[in-house]
Ligand binder design. Structure first.
Ligand SMILES: [Zn+2]
Length: 132
């Protein structure tokens, strides 16, 4: 079985602030980021679709001690997309010292950031971001 939506295509779209996912023809569920099968029913009959790239913050944390190559502090959140799937990404445009639980439920919009390569990676990568 092959990946219908490759990481390469997913990342290329993300660089244009477009979010690609998979829609299942068996159950109607959405899968993002790309997997080989539907995350809801494990179905294999999937179509590539463009999602709205919008959703609500379900939870988040403020990272104050960053991994090597990252600049602390920053916020990592889990977003429930309008189409259903939950997607992790950095929440940008919020002062880390002012982040409170009131952020949960706030609407966010997808974007991206290009992260330079470090000794743990094979080079530059594209990260998902969300802004209020
Ligand atoms: Zn399904």
């Amino acid at each position: 079985m092959e990946y219908k939506l490759t990481h390469k295509a997913y990342t290329a779209a993300l660089r244009e602030n477009r979010l690609l996912g998979l829609k299942c023809n068996a159950c109607g569920g959405y899968t993002v980021p790309p997997k080989k099968v539907c995350i809801e029913c494990a179905g294999e009959d999937l179509d590539i679709v463009e999602l709205r790239g919008q959703g609500e913050i379900r939870t988040f944390t403020v990272i104050r001690v960053a991994s090597e190559g990252f600049q602390a502090p920053y916020i990592v959140g889990i977003i429930e997309l309008d189409e259903g799937p939950w997607l992790m990404g950095n929440i940008i445009g919020v002062n880390c010292d002012e982040a409170t639980m009131d952020m949960i439920g706030r609407r966010v919009k997808l974007g991206h950031a290009v992260i330079p390569g470090d000794k743990f990676s094979a080079g530059e990568r594209v990260a998902t971001t969300f802004s209020l």
